[in-house]
Design a protein around this ligand. Structure first.
Ligand code: SF4
Length: 308
């Protein structure tokens, strides 16, 4: 069976940085280090860090006094930062710099008196963080229907920002609907969309032209992994989201001559290897990596982890 690997796939620079922050904190301060929310949405990553001494909590009230605390890559609301400050917790912030950029854009728009619209998924930690970072009300829209349902007057000065794990392709219809609905609307430059999200989605579209089945390696609570699976399905290729090789169902491959594999931004390459191994147990495979966009973005670590 032919196996094609999408390129790029898997870890983005924000995820690499977030994991490294926890690892370096464990080395520098010793375990335990507390992490608020899954550092990135992947069980394998979370379990490996747990084994090294990280303790994951959903609420800061679970963190003992003075314990080193890491905020996850998704970002947090100001109320969480304030709670940490009041409790005197030493915090390392692993929020992806691209998420922070969205927070700052939102704050700028609001300071200019615009009504802020956030395009994103309700309940996602990044959306909760962004809504809680800007000093004022935010209107969340998840789709074109939500735009139609807005009751604001057409001449309201509006600005929009987007969840980073949505791509240009995901948001363009919603943005067009907003632009059609409001006469005075501003949004960020297209270049501000997360490069990793866009690249992984373009790569899965390229992959879909060659294969009969797409396997997306990622977690069910990973927004960008779900989106990769949806794109495969939208373009007519049977697509499945699996955590690792153990979830591979041989039935899916019955009539397949070529299988494509990609991985969400929070899924490590070791899990892609695990899926390839699972395919090998079904029959002989020939693995090729597709050509794709080179990524060489790196984000700096917090200064306290790099100094001496
Ligand atoms: S997907 Fe984009 S925004 Fe999210 S962590 Fe990765 S680089 Fe940052």
């Amino acid at each position: 069976m032919e196996v094609y690997l999408a390129q790029p796939r898997g870890f983005c620079a924000g995820v690499v940085r977030a994991i490294e922050i926890v690892e370096r904190a464990l080395e520098k301060y010793g375990p335990p280090v507390y992490v608020r929310h899954e550092i990135v949405h992947n069980k394998y990553v979370v379990e490996s860090l747990k084994n090294k001494g990280a303790i994951f909590v959903e609420d800061l009230s679970e963190v003992p006094p003075l314990s080193v605390t890491v905020f996850s890559a998704h970002g947090v609301a100001r109320s969480v930062e304030e709670e940490a400050a009041v409790r005197g917790l030493p915090v390392l912030n692993a929020t992806c710099p691209l998420v922070t950029k969205v927070h700052n854009q939102g704050k700028r728009y609001m300071s200019k008196g615009r009504v802020l619209v956030l395009i994103g998924h309700a309940g996602h930690p990044e959306v909760e963080g962004t809504m809680g970072q800007v000093p004022g009300p935010v209107t969340l829209v998840q789709n074109v229907d939500d735009v139609a349902a807005l009751t604001l007057p057409a001449d309201t000065p509006v600005a929009y920002i987007t969840q980073t794990t949505l791509s240009v392709d995901d948001t363009k219809d919603i943005i067009s609907a907003l632009q059609a609905r409001f006469t005075d609307i501003q949004g960020p430059d297209i270049r501000d969309i997360c490069y990793a999200t866009q690249n992984r989605q373009s790569a899965v579209r390229d992959l879909s032209k060659l294969v009969d089945v797409i396997l997306v390696v990622g977690a069910t609570n990973s927004s960008n992994s779900n989106r990769l699976r949806e794109i495969g399905t939208e373009v007519g290729v049977a697509s499945y989201l699996i955590a690792d090789g153990s979830e591979l169902n041989p039935e899916w491959l019955k009539d397949a001559k070529a299988v494509g594999i990609t991985a969400g931004a929070s899924a490590p390459e070791v899990l892609v290897d695990d899926v390839i191994e699972a395919l090998r147990r079904i029959g002989p495979v020939k693995v090729s990596v597709l050509p794709g966009r080179e990524e060489n973005i790196e984000f700096r670590l917090p200064a306290e982890l790099t100094a001496g």
